[in-house]
Design a protein around this ligand. Sequence first.
Ligand SMILES: [Zn+2]
Ligand SMILES: [Zn+2]
Length: 914
Amino acid sequence: MPGPAFDLPPQYDPRSVEPSLYQRWLERGVFLPRATGEPYVIVIPPPNLTAVLHVGHALNNIIQDVLVRFERMRGRAAEWLPGTDHAGIATQNVVEKQLAAEGKTRFDLGRAAFVERVWAFVRETGDTIIEQLKIIGCSCDWSRTRFTLDEAYSRSVREAFVSLWDEGLIYRGHRVINWCPHCLTALSDEEAEHHDTNGNLYHIKYPLVDGSGFITVATTRPETMLGDTAVVVHPDDPRGKPYIGKKVRVPIADVEIPVLADESVDKAFGTGFVKVTPAHDAADFEIGVRHALEMPLIMREDGTLGEDGTMERGNDGPKDSRSNVPSVHRSRVPAELEGVDRFEARKRIVKQLEHDGLLVKVEPHPHSVRRCYRCDTVVEPRLSDQWFVKMKSLAEPVLAAYRRGDFRIVPERWRATFEHWMENIRDWNISRQLWWGHRIPVFTCTKCGYQWASRTDPTACPECDGGGGPVEQDPDVLDTWFSSWLWPFATFGWPQRTDDVARFYPGHTLVTAPEILQLWVSRMLMSGYHFMDQRLPFQTVYLTGTVRDTQHRKMSKSLGNGIDPRDVVNLYGTDALRWTLIGGGSLGADVIVDPDDLETTFAPGRNFANKLWNIGRFILSQLPAGVTPIDRMDKKRLTLADRWILSRAQATIREATDSLEQFRLDEAAKRCYEFVWNELADWYVEAVKPRLADGAAAADAQAVLAYCFDVALRLLHPVVPFITEELWQKLPGRKPDDLIAVTDWPLQRADLEDAEADAQFARVKTAIEHIRSIRAEYRIPPKTRLAATIVLRGSDRQATFEGERETIVRLAQLASLTLDGAPPPEGAHAVFGDGSEVVVALTGAIDVQHECKRLAAENERLAKLISDLSARLSNESFVSRAPADVVARERDKEKTWREQRNVLAGKLRALGCS
Ligand SMILES: [Zn+2]
Ligand SMILES: [Zn+2]
């Protein structure tokens, strides 16, 4: 009876299936949260709007999609909120690059025109990444797509800023910050990443002003000497003590500075004399504050030398020096170094020192430098005025909540990193000297100088009596992360008390890359706790692994080792991509892919899809339109094989569900694979084939098959949504409106669990496998039918084998099967775990004489090897001279050969060789 599956093409063609199914899911509103049910919420880590989908995003988002689809099928109101980040520095950089190609800078355009230009760019390319997420099957709630710079979101950012201001948690700090001379902005500590570098340590002589000689200082950045205002020594260091209170002359800068005592000096470093550049080094700044030193800036914002105040551009184009930059009386930067880049200046200064006999030595000195996380430029520490958030009181309750177990971070190995950062949290520099972003809502009255933060743009100063002077807004914008740290609730409409906020906050799972644990994750935890009544934004933070190439390098544009997931989708389909990435890495582990060999890399996924399609075609071809539901069949008619596969289905449901709940997605996928392949296709389908062909008996087997395949497809759906939907639609009894994407997750059924059937059918499988391996061992061709005897331990087993006699005979290709008879005198034995045995008669199956000869020759060869080796091992001089591991290896070898000989002896006996 031809089933409904005959319209399935013989080859699975993902391209003809995936786009139309995705469209159908969209049209049916599958991705919207159900109106009822307990919510399950994931907010997407918003990609930068300039981002292009790469395989790393793909992994991250596929993990989220698997979790969301799983919970959706479990009946929860699943909300996966998507969106993009305006990505201040990154986006501004892209547009500035475009301008540079036209020979212009942002200052040529002016602020308003530049920002308009960025908006135009955003409108043009802004949702590219969103469209790409659809291609990899993401089931986001697109109706709630957010952008961190849209109007409602901007109100949330302003609310957060002003309320922190009102609480006294925002302050203006005058201190050394991380400055990117390329992006021309301050960076937070987290945005200035540490990188190892093979630098040098330069030992430089500073002449004593009294003419009594020199002291030697050591530095990795000689160019900063132009900004030195003191040399410090540890007060207990005998090398430095005699010099305290004297003065030295800084070469090249040609200024006199004092030698002072400071306990912060590390006596073990260099010569014990430390030069102090308060304006260009964070630690030196602290020393400068303690000793009330002058703090001259000797470098401009673009990293060239110079101290000309008019070159301090500020954030609104060239203007006079910024408020708190101290003025200097005389120039420390010689004219010939004015405008020279800091690294070129370093070379020239070192050359000059050498020429003047003031360079003692240069030693290689590997150390760490900070680089801009956006453009990789070496960050310049720089004295500057910036806005900071006091973090300590925000971090403390979150750390306590973590230690109480109120939320968890998986894998657990990130605990130390997280705790260390939270314990040592530093204030957060949130102002950026950019134009693209949320402008800082701090206003200053130009008449009375009053400064305040405001939720709305003020027209007049609240402090001046009737009509004050004009009001100026701070020119800087907020750190991008100051908007994205509000993502779990600003996206739902906070500070408005919307239904969405009530329903979808707090959320449940956050899936993201470990690189942004500090930049983003911990800050969201803090903002959620602080602004949302001490309720944390999620219960679990899942830190994914990284996708790397076969040399273990991260994928990157500059290395040219990236993989565009769209290429994989075009070649092999979305499910193949998803299956490979999910199956390729366990919780938090890296996934290795080979960009030069997509075919091999994605073969697991492609092969899986093809196999699933083929088994699907076969099963569907066996199922009549009116297949009996499992619950309407007479359970008494179930065979051992039926009971076994139904029981295996329950175990699979349990294990796959547990694995997904524990975020072990790869294990869930593997368990489903085993069920479909090893259990359902290889054993059950093979076992029931004759019944399927037998009109009257077919119905029961069809019912079991339909149930098991249905379960398998549902369990697999979160990982491979397209092919499972396509096959599931074809199962008998489906109505046109049915979708696996919103059907129920299979529930484990106690009435179908059957430990006895599990154990008994396992023995049937073992018997068949034993016979198959004997066939392989003796190289018996498949067409040769064998005579086998099974000698059973325990009389109760006989019924099992009697019931499956036909299956054993057919699958093991037997001529006869004797149960519990006397074993034939000559035959190959295999023993079960409980001592039962299967014996295959070899007479007639093989050319005994020829096999005896072959085995005897092999036996002789082994005997010779063993005796030679034994002789060596009993030779005292060999054993005492040779290294211990060599001797141990030789002994192992001898043992293996002896074991092989025992096996041979058994075979020779079995064949009755003389
Ligand atoms: Zn930069
Ligand atoms: Zn005023």
